[in-house]
Design a protein around this ligand. Sequence first.
Ligand SMILES: [Ca+2]
Length: 350
Amino acid sequence: MTKQHRSAGACPHCGRSGGFPLHLAASGLLLAAAVFFWWSARNKAAAPAAAAPAPAAVGALSAERVAYLLSPAGAVACGSCLASADKFLLGKLGAAVAARTRGMVLVQAGEYQIGSPDGVGDPDEKPRHAAALDAFYMDARETTVADYMKFAETTQGNYPEWAKPSGNADPKSGDAAAIVASCPSCPVMGVTHKDASAYCAWAGKRLPTEAEWEAAARGGTATAYSFGDSTEGIGEYAWYEANSAGMPRPTGTKKPNPLGLYDMHGNVWEWTADLYDRAYYESSPKRSPAGPEKGRDHVLRGGSWAFEPEALRSGNRASSGKANDDIGFRCAVGKAEIDRLAADDASKAL
Ligand SMILES: [Ca+2]
């Protein structure tokens, strides 16, 4: 059986000669494209509204092979192993997706209501409006000190001011150094927007857009907080001024929001990809809004250990142009991007 599995042109599952489309893939690129197209087709069948369109070039490369797999000739040639081939590929792809999205939560494509209604929040949160988003994955937790220092040490760069090997830090470095030494699971703070972006790119991800961040934070809720409109009980969900004892706390130690995301309220403010414009919500595009083209500062969301509950609301918008000891971040990545990369991973594993 082993020889049959490895013989040229034979189905890798049943050993029958000819027909199985994998042997037609003369190059890794074509095979990756075929797997990607097959994976996209499955996703579209499962959730038609959620699937982002495949890149045209990839679809064109793989269409021939997918058509063969689904054709009577392909079915006859490969016979009953078609189902097992499907299962085999699905397993490979599932494993590849799981490996690339470990510690992340899938936020489905859809039309999300963001911004705050009249009577709630500040003018820059108005009006409440719809944002249509493609599916994306979001880190379940804020990026930790341990996560970030692995990046800084690997790249020998992007050190936060408090962690530079030279040790020439400001008076807050004592607190930060203590955190690094004693709390690797605390959220990293004191990183610039540029360094946060660099970390996410290093991890194969990116910062979430502001709209993605708010949609994820709300997790399908329309209330001021993902647990309701009242601040009663906020201590079960968030580290904030009244319970933090003046410092960031280990991530994921409070209750998550309905999507399974931790610390979207409090602990550290989180950088988003977008530049800040106080009037942006008045004119932002409905489809995949990504912030204004020009601006000085970047958007922060979620409040922090140093703030009162009002700042922790899902709709609250803030901004900064520099790092601070209560600003951190988490990363996101598009589902379409993950599907493409996972198809490539799976093809290499065949
Ligand atoms: Ca947070």
